[in-house]
Design a protein around this ligand. Structure first.
Ligand SMILES: *Cc1c(COP(=O)(O)O)cnc(C)c1O
Length: 388
């Protein structure tokens, strides 16, 4: 029997059984196995029809028209397409890009490549709570700025950026605005029109859908020019070639619809559980919350346990699945660059753990998590202070 407690939903969510069932139907229905680009026959058209339904489901979550949704393999690919696509297409207008130090690697690494290609990137430093202020963006904009890329919700600390204010700034200056919304789509209200977003990345496996499918919203009025990265049969308005994965897309669409339908109830429940967890962990003493106290999502809690090595704590907590920093940064001994960007010391960053909760987390899970963390932190602290 599996007795582990999973508190790593920000790295990936398990597939909701209702989504899995919908995907299974899709995988086993002969009718839906046609190539969705083969519109000349019934099988192709049937597959196309369910894909277009999913496109509406994803578009509805961000206030977009379905025609502006491009299917990709996930938020990493969406970010790559948004950044390379916009930078290369609009390079004749300027070569300056604005982003932040606390972005996901799937934004920072493409930006690094763009710097090698002659683009100049300004990486804004957030304040000690993780907020990037709109005045910082304003100050960074120059006559040659073509693109601003900022995430909506940070995956390590859960802080929410003021996307509307920054979007308005960019729109006023005719600068393209890209938002990595992998952690916020389906969780927070998003309206690409009022928030003045030009490009938005999202993914299925953070919202109880399957891994390997995501989307990029591309503003259509007028159509924003992007240089495609994957060339082939001209699928997805010529922006992303390749035969569409019908079952993946159907799972993504349905997962998004469930998120939207259950959002308010889910968020209230998660907030209660997170507060329960934080109260319990505070009782350990000498702990700090990383991030912003109020401007944050209910499902992520990042805590520094002073005097304890995060990696040792992680190893000791065998049956508690949490992260030290982001999933993609594990394996390296480096302290989280996100926490370092907030001005945390290497030591404080290294003694931090991220707890991320989700749809299948129970109050009992939280109690067990508090007990085991309390036990192990006390034990490890006693060890380092030389007490028996
Ligand atoms: C998970 C995540 C990504 C990467 O998404 P994939 O679908 O795994 O490629 C990008 N950005 C943020 C903020 C994320 O949380």
């Amino acid at each position: 029997m599996n007795t582990s407690i999973y508190l790593d939903y920000a790295a990936s969510t398990p597939i909701d059984p209702r989504v899995a069932e919908r995907m299974y139907e899709c995988l086993t229905s002969f009718e839906l196995q046609g190539n969705p680009a083969s519109l000349s026959h019934r099988y192709g058209r049937a597959a196309r029809e369910v894909i277009e339904q999913a496109r509406v489901q994803v578009a509805n979550a961000i206030g977009a028209t379905s025609a502006s949704i491009i299917w990709t393999s996930g938020a990493t690919e969406s970010n790559n397409l948004a950044l390379f696509g916009a930078a290369h297409y609009h390079a004749d207008r300027g070569k300056h890009i604005v982003s932040a130090r606390t972005e996901h690697k799937a934004v920072l690494e493409p930006l690094k490549r763009l710097e090698k290609q002659g683009f100049r990137v300004t990486y804004l430093k957030p304040d000690q709570f993780g907020i990037v202020h709109s005045w910082q963006v304003q100050e960074a904009l120059t006559d040659t700025t073509i693109l601003v890329s900022l995430m909506h919700v940070n995956n390590e600390i859960g802080v929410i950026q003021d996307i509307s204010a920054i979007g308005q700034l960019c729109r006023d200056r005719n600068v393209i605005f890209h938002v990595d919304a992998a952690q916020s789509t389906g969780r927070l209200p998003i309206d690409v029109r009022t928030m003045k977003i030009d490009l938005l990345s999202t993914t299925a496996h953070k919202i109880y859908g399957p891994k390997g499918v995501g989307a990029l919203y591309v503003r259509r009025d007028p159509m924003l020019g992007l240089e495609p990265m994957i060339l082939g049969g001209g699928h997805e308005l010529g922006l992303r070639a390749g035969t569409l994965a019908t079952h993946q897309i159907v799972g993504f669409g349905f997962a998004m619809e469930l998120m939207m339908a259950e959002r308010e109830v889910d968020q209230m429940r998660l907030m209660t559980l997170r507060d329960q967890l934080w109260r319990g962990l505070q009782n350990i003493g000498d702990v700090d919350m990383n991030g912003h106290a109020t401007q944050r999502v209910p499902n992520i809690l990042n805590v520094a346990f002073h005097g304890v090595e995060g990696e040792s704590l992680l190893l000791a907590l065998q049956d508690l699945i949490v992260s030290a920093g982001a999933a993609c940064a594990t394996g390296s001994d480096e302290a989280s660059y996100v926490l370092r960007a907030l001005g945390r010391s290497d030591q404080a960053a290294q003694s931090s753990l991220r707890f991320s909760l989700g749809r299948f987390t129970t109050a009992n899970d939280i109690e067990i998590a508090i007990d085991s963390v309390t036990h192990e932190v006390s034990r490890l602290r006693a060890l380092t202070s030389g007490l028996p």
